[in-house]
Design a protein around this ligand. Structure first.
Ligand code: 1GP
Length: 254
């Protein structure tokens, strides 16, 4: 399913949930990537997000090539900066780091990326990216030089998301950071859900089915999981099953 259908699907199928598997090119060799691709085909994964806040190897192009050769699941770039654009992917989250006040991640990187994106066939998904403080400083927060939204301040998150939507951003991504000690709170997801119409992506620290379900119930449209699946690939089936059973219940009640 193309990622841009999410916006349409929200109108036609309100409440339907999706699963994005985060693939960090630094953390996977070819064999473990192939294993995840095989699991993703068996259990439903809707999208691959490829990227990370700091990429220290030159594996990304090879990983995307491997995915494209072995899977039909759309590959969406989740870049930390304009260096990580890869035309082999299907689309890109054009992230505006609206939780921060660093102009480089609000417009600077976008100016550098614009001519490359315009000349490519990548689908561009304008996304309001919001980092949330989940207990320790994350790579994303440090590398972007921004202060994350305090964990227990859902009103700040809601107002930030509203501003992003009013600016025309098409998705909101609430991120506690990879391997976060705790996931984004249900209160914060609910506050954002009540404040904007656009699809909400939630990730960071989702390492149990119960945490995935709590995010879905609070209003997340897309759940992103990376870290815990890298450590324990069997968790992929658990997340997929959690989302499928949520969607099934939705169908039954229609
Ligand atoms: C991080 O939202 C993603 O940017 C996913 O987080 O790796 O903790 O699942 P995890």
């Amino acid at each position: 399913m193309p990622f841009n259908n999410l916006c349409n699907r929200q109108q036609h199928e309100p409440g339907r949930k999706h699963f994005a598997l985060l693939i960090d090119p630094d953390n996977l060799d070819e064999a473990s990537c192939l294993n995840l691709l095989s699991l993703s085909e068996t259990h439903q994964v809707d999208f691959f997000f490829v990227g990370g806040s700091l990429i220290t190897t030159d594996n990304q192009a090879a990983i995307i090539k491997l995915i494209k050769e072995n899977s039909t699941i759309p590959v969406i770039l989740f870049p930390s900066n304009s260096l990580h654009i890869d035309k082999q992917a299907d689309g890109i989250l054009l992230l505006s780091l609206i939780s921060g006040r660093n102009p480089d991640f609000l417009i600077g990187q976008h100016v550098l990326s614009a001519p490359i994106l315009k000349a490519s066939e990548l689908q561009v998904y304008p996304t309001g990216y919001m980092l949330v403080d989940t207990g320790r400083q994350t790579t994303a927060s440090y590398m972007s030089g921004t202060t994350p939204i305090p964990y227990d301040k859902p009103a700040i998150a809601a107002c930030t998301a509203m501003a992003g939507e009013l600016l025309g951003l098409r998705y909101i991504y609430l991120d506690g950071g990879s391997g976060a000690m705790q996931p984004i709170s249900a209160d914060m997801i609910k506050a954002v859900r009540q404040s904007v119409e656009v699809p909400i992506i939630v990730g960071g620290g989702i390492n149990t089915a119960a945490k995935a379900r709590a995010a879905l119930e609070a209003g997340a449209d897309v759940i992103v999981v990376g870290n815990h699946i890298e450590k324990n690939p069997g968790f992929l089936a658990e997340v997929s099953h959690t989302i499928a059973s949520y969607n099934l219940a939705l169908d039954v009640h229609r």
